[in-house]
Design a protein around this ligand. Structure first.
Ligand code: HEM
Length: 153
């Protein structure tokens, strides 16, 4: 399944939160989140074409439609909330448990799609961020992605 990683230490969490803040720190957070999400989802659909069908309900046929943008904003604000809770493990874990249920309820959502998502996310972040510490991201995103997708088929 997921390759293991070191524990997301307090310092790792600090680095990830600070670097993530640089993505969003200029007051233009929504357009940046949407653009990043568009890159990630386009990359996912390119690599795993059948995964597109999981998003028909949210009008993936037109990735610029209000429905699809609203979906990507839910995902990215969800990610933002998770990252901002890296110092509050109990709260983080209850958010992750809820997201795990929401994803498990959707047929066809498989754990391996999450590492495709992860790898595309890492390459976008490394391009987006002047300072990018891959080990800190790997350690903390392991916890987040495993928390959502660890029990998926
Ligand atoms: C860090 C990664 C991710 C986060 C934070 C995240 C978060 C979310 C959130 C907040 C929702 C809305 C839940 C709801 O209102 O029911 C959602 C829906 C969904 N997610 Fe994720 N997600 C992530 C990754 C993925 C991946 C990799 C897949 C699989 C390709 C996926 C598949 C779906 C599907 C199919 C839906 C339902 C779309 C609909 O509304 O019809 N997610 N996700």
């Amino acid at each position: 399944k997921f390759e293991s990683s070191d524990h997301c230490s307090y310092e790792d969490a600090d680095i990830v939160m600070k670097e993530w803040q640089h993505v969003l720190g200029n007051g233009q957070s929504a357009p940046i989140l949407l653009r990043t999400a568009n890159v990630i989802f386009s990359g996912l659909f390119e690599k795993e074409p059948t995964s597109r069908d999981l998003f028909t309900r949210v009008n993936v046929g037109d990735m610029h439609s209000g429905e699809f943008l609203a979906h990507t904003l839910r995902v990215m604000t969800g990610l933002d909330e998770l990252i901002n809770k890296l110092h509050s493990p109990a709260v983080l874990d209850s958010m992750l448990a809820h997201l795990a249920e929401q994803h498990a309820a959707r047929d066809g959502v498989k754990h391996d799609l999450f590492y495709v998502f992860r790898d595309i996310m890492y390459s976008s972040l490394s391009q987006l961020l002047d300072e990018y510490n891959p080990d800190a991201w790997k350690n903390c995103m392991f916890h987040i992605l495993y928390g959502i997708a660890g029990a998926l088929p």
